[in-house]
Design a protein around this ligand. Structure first.
Ligand code: SF4
Ligand code: SF4
Ligand code: SF4
Length: 222
């Protein structure tokens, strides 16, 4: 391994308190691994470490008790699984994300796609300090974007249109009392609306009653 000290400083090798032993932190994209990768990481832990796999608070996977002299070969085997080591120190760290619209019925945006793009563009860049990024698919904020250095969550911005049948379902579903139906039309109090999109999904005629940016419209599950 070239410049081993530099790699250890920057990447997912963490010195354990036990002399000569390391934890290796493997990077995921939004916490996703294939069953093949996970199975083989478990096998690496059996062969090089203590037979355990540790899931970190930032959706990475750690293998512990790896002898220093084995770092080169385990790094190569991790690479062969199509995986990279996590990043450490004053850099942009692994992007974490909730499942988003791919799985969650409340999801508004595709967190996995965004995490993949951000991972390719930003992870590992030098920064003045550790920089953490978290993505949530909707304002419920399950990935806690508010307590990361950069946090994003999906929103739908409903705007009222004509043709309402005045069923008032949107009024009932909004926990923030941001919708009121008046004179045959829903009115949105933008200062109360958090952009959860529930009123859009529940409206029996939502494609006509609410307008929202095309990028959001195309992501509403049918
Ligand atoms: S933040 Fe929203 S989309 Fe993501 S898991 Fe939570 S409820 Fe689902
Ligand atoms: S749910 Fe749709 S149709 Fe019903 S009152 Fe609201 S905007 Fe009108
Ligand atoms: S998007 Fe959510 S918060 Fe905003 S008006 Fe609709 S239901 Fe209420």
């Amino acid at each position: 391994m070239n410049d081993k000290h530099g790699l250890i400083e920057q990447h997912g090798y963490i010195k354990q308190q036990q002399d000569g032993l390391y934890a290796i932190r493997v990077r995921t994209i939004a916490g996703n691994l294939t069953s093949f990768q996970l199975h083989n990481l478990a096998d690496l832990s059996d062969r090089y470490g203590n037979g355990q796999v540790h899931i970190t608070t930032r959706q990475s996977v750690e293998l512990h008790w790896i002898p220093e002299k084995k770092l080169d070969s385990i790094f190569q085997e991790i690479n062969e699984l199509g995986l990279l080591l996590a990043v450490r120190g004053p850099r942009i760290l692994t992007v974490i994300a909730c499942p988003g619209i791919r799985l969650c019925k409340k999801g508004i945006c595709n967190t996995k796609n965004l995490a993949t793009q951000l991972d390719a563009l930003m992870v590992g860049r030098s920064q003045p300090s550790k920089t953490k990024i978290a993505l949530s698919g909707c304002p419920n904020s399950c990935a806690k974007p508010q307590i990361n250095d950069i946090g994003l969550h999906g929103v739908i911005v409903p705007t009222a249109d004509s043709g309402c049948i005045e069923c008032k379902t949107c009024e009932k579903v909004c926990k923030f009392k941001a919708v009121s139906v008046q004179n045959g039309k829903p009115h949105i109090a933008v200062e109360k609306c958090i952009g959860c999109g529930l009123c859009v999904r529940i409206c029996p005629n939502c494609q006509h009653q609410f307008q929202f940016p095309q990028s959001h419209q195309s992501k509403i599950p049918q």
